[in-house]
Write a protein that binds this ligand. Structure first.
Ligand code: ADP
Ligand code: F6P
Length: 323
């Protein structure tokens, strides 16, 4: 192998830059040329490649976002788009591709292998932590710490006013971030898509917190829950008389994806990305580099694309006990 490419795709995640840096430097140290693809799969389709050397990735590890840019690319979901991408890879003489991204991105990487472009290795990266094949993904630690900081801040004002607050955190269809934020932030109740929770249950929990003399009440809700922040607040407004209290809301949104990556995410990104380059070097193609039991492991992309990562029910139980 002489020439590889790297791209970042889907929602950006803090730590992606550290992963790019590790791909470029690990590849260069093997004597390979490493090309950066600008703008995710869109850049792959249009052949937007540029050669990167070790010095081009200096000083980026601590930066959030991705210097290569990312995109949601509808065209790449089509076979036509994928064939255009493979043509661009061949034209540039690229013999290996590293895809840094989440669920959708790795499904796309698998699609490339199914169409005959085999030397693809994924790097598990998404703040949602919803990717099969990696217990933890790049970015989730930073996002979680941002959520915790927000909860801590809300708690102080909630206590001062004896108010109930609800905070919505990201996680498209997955409650991991919310569950962990609820646990680490000491929420009274956490609402996640995996465990349907009607507003009446939330109201009951807040009432009980009040009756037990708690000075504050925090609800953490995942954006993907059936009753997300908007729907929950609408329900509480509609039934305000009967429920007897209102709910103040904060939607954290993209704040969680910004900012400098934590030390954990920088190290995870460096390890997984270097692991992806190692996999290419030993000819292990069509796999995802992920973290399992503290080790860098590989899982076939076909499994990653087909399987769903389940939430750990023991943590859901723990959250209930500690609430
Ligand atoms: P993430 O990788 O963070 O989960 P997305 O789900 O938006 O983000 O996926 C990123 C990109 O991956 C999409 O814009 C699309 O180009 C590609 N992709 C997603 N799903 C598929 C799929 N089923 N087949 C092929 N490509 C896909
Ligand atoms: O997949 C990461 C994520 O931040 C999800 O948690 C969220 O639902 C989605 O991306 C938001 O996407 P966008 O940045 O395109 O609005």
């Amino acid at each position: 192998m002489k020439r590889i490419a790297v791209l970042t795709s889907g929602g950006d995640a803090p730590g992606m830059n550290a992963a790019i840096r590790a791909v470029v430097r690990s590849g260069s140290s093997r004597g390979w040329e490493v090309y950066g693809v600008k703008g995710g799969y869109q850049g792959l389709i249009t052949g937007n490649f540029s050669l990167m050397g070790p010095r081009d990735v200096g000083g980026i590890m601590q930066k959030g976002g991705t210097i290569l840019g990312s995109a949601r690319c509808p065209e790449f979901r089509t076979e036509e788009g994928q064939i255009r991408a493979i043509r661009a890879l061949h034209q540039e003489g690229i013999e290996g591709l590293v895809v840094i991204g989440g669920n959708g991105s790795q499904t796309g990487a698998n699609a490339l292998t199914l169409l005959g472009y085999k030397p693809v290795v994924g790097v598990a990266s998404t703040i949602d932590n919803d990717l099969y094949g990696s217990e933890l993904t790049i970015g989730v630690d930073t996002a979680l710490n941002i959520a915790i900081e927000a909860i801590d801040r809300l708690k102080t004002t909630a206590s001062s006013h004896q108010r109930a607050f609800m905070i919505e955190v990201m996680g498209r269809g997955c409650g991991y971030l919310a569950l962990m934020a609820g646990l680490a932030g000491g929420a009274e109740i956490t609402v996640i898509p995996e465990v349907p929770t009607p507003p009446e249950t939330v109201a009951e929990c807040l009432r009980s917190a009040y009756e037990r003399g708690k000075s504050h009440a925090i609800v953490v809700v995942a954006e993907g829950a059936e009753y997300n922040a908007d729907k929950m607040v609408a329900y509480f407004k509609e039934h305000e008389q009967r429920l007897g209290f209102e709910l103040r809301t904060t939607i954290l949104g993209h704040v969680q994806r910004g900012g400098n990556p934590s030390a954990f995410d920088r190290i995870l990104a460096s390890r997984l990305a270097a692991g992806a380059v190692d996999a290419l070097a030993r000819g292990e193609f069509g796999v995802l580099a992920g973290l399992n039991r503290s080790e860098v492991t590989t899982t076939p992309l076909s499994e990653v694309a087909a399987k769903k990562k389940e939430i750990d029910v023991r943590l859901v139980e723990l959250a209930h006990i500690l609430d």
